[in-house]
Design a protein around this ligand. Structure first.
Ligand code: SF4
Length: 320
């Protein structure tokens, strides 16, 4: 990473799902994942693995404790959520239980969420490790193995039934605090028949809320497109008819935190997801002019690169 230290704690970032959120990355770049989703905003999976037993580089609980302890209390108080996510599938951290406990210890009663691809929820130790978390946002993009293969391109050897059973066990054991996240892709998983099958899965899982996303940042594969808005409306209707409440993607509201912006902070943010200049304006309270100057300096130094997706310029960390 160009000799620069990569931090596990980043943000706060405005999240359309959760409001203002402080991110905690349990793995660090390059991306380590059990999936290789066609829409992934982190590019193709650099380290594809079957489970935590294959992961060597990860953030240790004591490192998380030390980093979180350095976060300004005012910043921590200002965020709505602390969110465990980052560069890959967070439940792959081999010391997941210790990591989650360490985070809980430092953030106190601040609401804690995890964004997971659900591929390891069939493992009891993973579900137990998530006990201290208030909200598990579990990915389910496909109702059939065919669509699962097209969308998520699993590296881990498992089918969609196993994923669904993992989510079912989690909902059953927790009884609260589980939401689904579904990414809709044009002509891949947005057909009415598939949406009805997915809605039926969610209904049978007794999941009360589904976050419906569309690709809004440069995806791993250039053919990936967001569905037209009438398909998103159709998905909402189909899910709601099945008794699943839906929150669909909207631009995050303006939630300027007062953290300011320098090159290091900008780099931490664009390492986790490609950002528009506007995203950093919203995150930091810096002016658009200041943000663009910082980002362009990173580009000049070879630490960042620009990418245009659907006519919008994004900045992402350079891949060395
Ligand atoms: S979108 Fe999430 S689950 Fe899919 S490849 Fe990227 S990090 Fe992994």
């Amino acid at each position: 990473m160009g000799g620069q230290e990569v931090r596990a704690v980043y943000g706060p970032v405005p999240s359309w799902r959760l409001g203002l959120s402080l991110g905690v990355d349990l793995l660090l770049p390059p991306k380590t994942c059990t999936f290789n989703c066609v829409y992934c905003q982190l590019g193709r999976t650099a380290r594809g693995v079957q489970g935590p037993w294959e992961v060597e580089d990860y953030v240790k609980p004591e490192e998380l404790r030390a980093e979180l302890a350095k976060v300004d209390r005012e910043v921590l108080n200002s965020v709505d959520w602390v969110t465990i996510s980052g560069t890959g599938e967070p439940t792959l951290n081999p010391e997941l239980s210790g990591a989650v406990k360490a985070i809980r210890e430092v953030v106190g009663d601040k609401r804690l969420a995890v964004l997971t691809n659900s591929s390891l929820l069939h493992l009891e130790e993973v579900r137990r490790a998530l006990d201290p978390v208030d909200l598990v946002v579990a990915k389910l993009d496909a109702a059939s193995n065919h669509t699962f293969t097209l969308v998520n391109r699993p590296i881990i050897s498992l089918g969609v039934e196993r994923v669904v059973e993992g989510i079912r066990s989690l909902v059953h054991e927790r009884g609260y605090g589980v939401a689904a996240q579904v990414m809709l892709l044009e002509d891949v998983n947005d057909g009415e028949e598939h949406l009805r099958a997915l809605a039926e899965r969610l209904r049978s899982l007794d999941i009360g809320l589904a976050y419906l996303s569309i690709p809004s940042r440069p995806p791993s594969e250039s053919h990936v497109k967001p569905p037209p808005s009438y398909k998103v409306d159709l998905a909402k209707r189909v899910f709601e008819e099945a008794g699943v409440k839906v929150k669909a993607f909207t631009e995050p509201a303006e939630m300027k935190s007062r953290t300011g912006l320098d090159e290091e902070r900008a780099l931490e943010l664009i390492r986790r997801r490609p950002c528009r200049a506007l995203d950093l304006v919203l995150c930091t309270g810096a002016s658009e002019k200041e943000v663009i100057e910082v980002l362009e300096r990173l580009v000049k130094k070879g630490l960042a690169a620009k990418k245009v997706y659907r006519g919008i310029t994004f900045y992402e960390a350079a891949k060395h």
